[in-house]
Write a protein that binds this ligand. Sequence first.
Ligand SMILES: Cc1cc2nc3c(=O)[nH]c(=O)nc-3n(C[C@H](O)[C@H](O)[C@H](O)COP(=O)(O)OP(=O)(O)OC[C@H]3O[C@@H](n4cnc5c(N)ncnc54)[C@H](O)[C@@H]3O)c2cc1C
Length: 291
Amino acid sequence: MPVEPPIETPASLADAYAALAGSTADAPIIPIAGGTDVMVRITGEIGEPPARMVDLSRLAELRGITVDGTAVIIGAATTYTEMRRSDVCREHLPALVEAAATIGAAQIQNRGTLGGNIVNASPAGDTLPVLLALDAAIVVGGARGERTVPAADFWVAYRRTALAPDELVLRVRIPVAGGREARFRKVGTRRAQAISKVVLALAWREDHGAPASAWSDVRLALGSVADRPIRARATEAVLEGATPTPETADAAAESLAAEIHPIDDVRSTADYRRVVAARALHRMIRDAGGW
Ligand SMILES: Cc1cc2nc3c(=O)[nH]c(=O)nc-3n(C[C@H](O)[C@H](O)[C@H](O)COP(=O)(O)OP(=O)(O)OC[C@H]3O[C@@H](n4cnc5c(N)ncnc54)[C@H](O)[C@@H]3O)c2cc1C
């Protein structure tokens, strides 16, 4: 019978930082938000169970969705259900809302948080390509102060992040860019309760009111095709300055199939992932071009 690990429930961020003091890579004190990833590990059947935990649920500093003119700011402990229901997210971040709607099912969306998805750092984490494509900045904090890590620098290796063991993710800043478009596509075995075989997010800018104008600031990010969520920079270069024509879609799909190096695993094969990622990108460009 597994023993339930001791858990502290700090009432303030300062108390949470104090509770995390002494957390190291070898002896981590595990923050718990929604618990939808942590509780799966609690029996010890999947990896090392947490020895000590810090509950983040009372920290008002980690909650809420606001917009400040240049960015949408989402507290780390914001749930998927809150993002789906948020007028701010629906207006400015429809691709993130779409990603949130594909995660687990209602129970997971009610508990699971954006911060948990970020720190769990699964290569298949569904919000992570969206954060990469939208140039999100991840604000982290600890007893030594706060710092901001661009999403592009946050996932550093397989399930490893730029976060120190005694730091928390506090919030995510997602720039609100005029004329930016973004699309999300998840491919899994089912429409709910499915871990992604491939997940893509594509963002670009175009002149307002001119959908056939050349794309700029193109960002293409993928999950489940590498040991961490990645940007496909060679394919971004193919799309930068291009218009969404059939020729562009063909060139971008060919580029992406050559650029990614997925693996075979229990959920899918490398070949399937490569072909599906290229087809999904082709479809996104076709939809954007309206042909
Ligand atoms: C049935 C089921 C279905 C699922 N389906 C999907 C899916 O479709 N797509 C998907 O991407 N994921 C899925 N997940 C995984 C999970 O729900 C998500 O990753 C979720 O976002 C985790 O959030 P949480 O708040 O529950 O994290 P927790 O379990 O509380 O924590 C996850 C990790 O993040 C750390 N952590 C949490 N918050 C912070 C913080 N603010 N600062 C520092 N560290 C923090 C914890 O220490 C832990 O390491 C599923 C899980 C289950 C059980």
